[in-house]
Every structure is written in C-alpha cells, then in structure tokens.
Design a protein around this ligand. Structure first.
Ligand code: FES
Length: 578
C-alpha cells in the first residue's frame, strides 16, 4: 500500500468508506480492487471516472462501448487510471410518462455517484436530450474536474431519393400520413430510413442543441459537438476527452472554473444563433441554477434581438448535423459570432474560448453556417413573450414559426388535458377553423412533468383541408425537432392556477411576437371571477419518486429543477454587457 498521497484527497484514497479507521478503509478498498487484477502502480495513478450511459433502451448512446474504449486509451496514454461505472440513461422514446420526469433523478444519480466514488476527474458520456443536461446539472453540484463527451448524431437516411433524418422528417411524414397524403405502406417504408444509425437526432433538436451548448460552455474538448456517432472523428474526440480528463485532474481545474457567468452568456448566444431547441432554455436555466446563477429570460430576449440565426439546420433551415460537422462544426460558428462572445471564458482545455477559436484556423468556404451580414433569420431563434396569459413568461421558437401567424388574434379552442386532446382532436365534430388558436392545459411541470406535447397535431379535418400550421399555446414543451407557431412554457402553469387554467372555448387570444405579447382578451374582473368559481387542484402523489417530483419541481423559468437541489442564487445572468 503506497503512502505517497494524501489519504483523503486523491486517487483511490479519495472519499473513503466510513469504518472509523481510514487506514483499514483504504486497505479494504485496495483488497477488493486487486481482486479485479489491478497492480499497486495502476492504483497510484489519477483516477478518471467514466460515466457509462450505454443502454439497450438508448440507441442514441449505441456507440458507448467504442467511446469507452477510446476514452480509456486516452486516459492511459496520459498516465491515468480509467474507471467505468454505470449511471441512469434516458431515451426520449423509451420513458413513460416522459423523459423530463426523469431528468432530475438522473442528475441526482450522477451527482451522488461522482461524490461517493473515488475519482479525480470524470468523463460524462451523454447525448440523448435529457442526458447532457442531467449530467451537467449533477456535475455542477458535485464540483469535480469534468469533461462532457457527446455521443454524436446519427447519420441521415434516404427515402425514395429524399434525404431524411430524425426527427423533423418523422413529424413531417407523420403529418402527411395524418393528412392522408401518403399511405400505410409508405409510412412503414420511411420508418426504416429516419434513423439510419445509432446516435442522436440528426437535426438541431434538443440533443444537438445541448451538444453545441456544452461546447460553447467550454465543457467539451474543442470540436466535441458535431462529429457523428459512427465516425473516426467521434472516436478521436473520445480519446482526447480521456487525455484532457487526466490533465484537468492534475491541474485541479474544477467545473466551477469553467461554468462561469461568461460561459453561460456565451451559451445563450450560441443557443440563439443556432436556432436551437426551446428545451435548452429550461436545461441551461437548470444548469446555471446549480451554479447559483439565475437566468433572466427578458435579458435573453434582448440578446436575441442582436443575435441572428446563422446555422442552416432543420427545423429552422435545411441541413443536418453531419453537414455542420463537414462545415467545420462549432469553430465555424464561434468564429462568426466572435464579436458577441466573451472570448476570455475558460474552457476545460485550460485555454480560453478565444484562444481555441484562434487555434482552429481561418475557416473555409461552406454553406451551412451563414455570415452575420447574411443570416438565416435576423433575430435569435427564440423570443420571450409576456402578457396576462403568461405573467411569468412564455417562449416561441420564431425561427421555426410561420411568418404570417406571428401576429395573430384568434378564437381559443381549448383542451383541458392530454386525454381530452387525444379524444377530440381528430373528431369531425370539433369546432375549429384555421384561424383559431389551440390551447392545451395541464402539461406543465406539475401538471404532467412537461411532456413534449406542446406540438399539438393539426386537427385532422384541418390537415386534410391543407392546413400546415396553426397557433398553439400550452404550458408544456415541444421537441427541438418540431416546427410551427407554437407558444410553450406558459408560466405559471395551469396546474398551479396560472391564467392558462381559466381560458375558455371562444375566448379571444392575441399573439404578437413583434411586441412580445401573449394576451387573453378578457377583463381582470372576469379572470378573477373564473379563478373564484373554478379553483384548480394541483396534482399530488402518495409515494416514491413521483411524490418527490410533485412536491419539489419548480416552474419552467427556474429550469424545472427540484427546489432542494438549487443553492442560494448569487447572481442574475446575463448581467455582463458586451
Ligand atoms: Fe435521442 Fe432524439 S431521441 S436524441
């Protein structure tokens, strides 16, 4: 047994199990690990934990075994000892009631395993929508030197000569099927082409958005966001992640030195400039919250006014993640955004963001990342709305909305909850026209754990009549791969008695994205009368994780984190002026 290291703070000697005798605790730990064939010299190295989120239920992480092999190689080449351990893994399509319900649990799982097990740094393997947020939330709370490794996007497929990829095209083809434009045989055929390999969704959905945000935060190795899952580039990023993990373990470069106010402001700029997923606002708010920062949504909106959408990826544009990678990935985007960024923000490489943009070279001609002079969309992808229908705010992805519907007043067609919508949305009896506004209640954090049901289907009779978009409003979320004039995250939510709970069929609603307005056109007295006569019952549960969730989940503007996981707020961001 070596006595070279402080028995409490490094390597295998860290975080000893409490038997009342630290010497015995270390003796016992080494006895057990030697049972797996390790030598003393291996056990004296810096220990790098590798959070393995590979799971048969998570095809977005289907390359985890190859990534782990490469991370281990990187760790060992740099003189560290890799230790792979399992954590929860969450896939969007394999979790009931929805993946958001489990995000905070995964963050707790990650945090506690990072705390409980001896490691000097950790590489987190994340990719599918909720995994990267959960890992960064947990790691932010645990405070170790941390590297985020992204699994990478899937490849695109081909259907009858047309390039397709999950999941913007999944929704587009399903919309065609609902409108009876394509038949059962064709929808079955396209189903085999939408996901052409393992990896995350191939458009700028939540997974790709969080990958870009992780890199903008400085939490991945340079170029870590864009390589597709099944490429040699992705494997090299994994090896480099292992090497960097040993380096930051030796330097003691803990996560709080990277996740600073400046890093979060950079991430907000990137979110706006990539036309990123609305879900990322909630996740970024939650990660910032773990560091003691409060996101100011109104300030995000102001940033949006001078941050153009530059990235031409679906659903706001036309390309896919693999095209972004071929166009140089994040280096190309960050180079163009330079005047809007805090270039002195530190990254896990030990260099600043500005230094690594410089190191990435001059760039080259490509079509995927536009210039600020010639953007996809003049303003940022996301606008923040306010009004008597959303006193705590709501958001709309304007880059994926229909221009003609962004200034719209219409009659409310109300669904009380998900079940009500499922029962009536396709009924021929539904009283709805293309000029109406669909309202869906009780899909907020406490109402239904915020499912991605804010992207309500176009009522079948309108779809058959050629309707491609209609204004939709809810307190839920939508997939980052979805598109349409869709107002989300209405706060406070209806299950807490927010004004959305009192909207009735036939009410008039005004949406003005130009004025950032979302108004229910009834008097204050009428709203107060409805609150009085129709009190809302907030859902509760008797036991288990559901009880913890319903007792503790915060609203969307607080990142839907659990109240007891957030430290006291120390600072509001963005506060730093560019
Ligand atoms: Fe995993 Fe889309 S379902 S990233």
């Amino acid at each position: 047994m070596s006595n070279k290291k402080d028995p409490q703070t490094e390597g295998m000697s860290k975080g000893l199990t409490q038997y009342g005798d630290p010497g015995f605790s270390l003796f016992l730990r080494k006895a057990f690990i030697k049972g797996a064939g390790y030598t003393d010299s291996a056990l004296d190295r810096p220990v790098i934990g590798i959070a393995n989120t590979g799971s048969a239920y998570n095809p977005c992480h289907g390359n985890a075994p190859q990534l782990i092999e490469a991370i281990e190689r990187g760790v060992m080449l740099a003189g560290g000892l890799p230790m792979v351990f399992p954590t929860m893994s969450i896939h969007e399509s394999f979790t009931k009631p929805n993946s958001m319900f489990l995000r905070n649990l995964m963050s707790m799982d990650t945090e506690e395993l990072l705390r409980a097990q001896p490691m000097d740094a950790v590489v987190l393997i994340g990719g599918c929508d909720k995994t990267v947020p959960a890992q960064l939330m947990g790691a932010a709370s645990a405070g170790l030197p941390t590297v985020q490794l992204i699994t990478g996007s899937m490849l695109t497929g081909s259907h009858r000569g047309e390039r397709v990829g999950a999941c913007t095209d999944c929704r587009r083809y399903w919309g065609k099927f609902r409108a009876e434009e394509i038949d059962q045989a064709e929808i079955h055929q396209v189903n085999t082409q939408l996901v052409a390999s393992v990896g995350t969704c191939s458009v700028m959905g939540t997974a790709s958005t969080m990958a870009c945000i992780a890199e903008a935060l400085g939490m991945t190795v340079p170029g870590g966001a864009s390589p597709p899952a099944v490429t040699a580039d992705r494997i090299r990023i994994a090896e480099e992640s292992g090497r960097i993990a040993v380096e930051i373990a030796r330097k003691g470069l803990t996560i709080d030195k990277v996740l600073t106010e400046k890093a979060f402001e950079n991430a907000m700029r990137v979110l706006l400039a990539i036309g990123g997923s609305t879900n990322a606002i909630i996740h970024l708010t939650a990660i910032a919250g773990r560091m003691g920062f409060e996101m100011d949504l109104q300030a995000l909106d102001r940033m949006g006014r001078d941050t153009p959408v530059l990235l031409d990826l679906k659903p706001s544009g036309q390309f896919y993640m693999e095209d972004f990678h071929h166009a140089g990935g994040m280096a190309t985007l960050l180079r163009e955004l330079k005047p809007l960024l805090h270039l002195d923000a530190l990254t896990i490489t030990g260099h600043t963001l500005g230094e690594w943009i410089e190191a990435s070279g001059p760039g080259f001609k490509q079509d995927v990342v536009k210039t600020r002079a010639n953007p996809i969309f003049k303003e940022g992808g996301i606008a923040v709305l306010k009004g008597n229908l959303a006193p705590g705010g709501a958001i709309i992805k304007q880059s994926a909305a229909s221009a003609k519907l962004m200034e719209h007043e219409g009659r409310a067609v109300v669904f009380e909850n998900l079940q009500d919508m499922a029962l009536r949305i396709d009924s021929e009896e539904l009283d709805v026209t293309m000029d109406d506004i669909l309202v869906l209640k009780h899909i907020g954090p406490k109402g239904a754990a915020m499912p991605e049901a804010g992207y309500m289907p176009i009522p079948k009779k309108l779809a058959k009549a050629g309707c491609k978009d209609i204004v939709r409003i809810s307190d839920g979320r939508m997939s980052g791969t979805a598109f349409g004039t869709i107002v989300l995250h209405v706060t406070p939510e209806s299950a807490l008695g927010g004004p959305l709970a009192y909207v009735q069929n036939g009410d008039r609603i005004r949406l003005s994205v130009a004025n950032r307005e979302l108004s229910l056109l009834i008097s204050d007295q009428e709203l107060a009368r409805r609150k009085e006569t129709q009190p809302v019952v907030t859902p509760t549960a008797q036991r288990g994780y559901e009880k913890l969730f319903l007792d503790s989940v915060l609203q969307a503007d607080k990142g839907a984190d659990f109240d007891f996981l957030m430290p006291p707020q120390t600072s509001v961001i963005p506060k730093l002026k560019k």
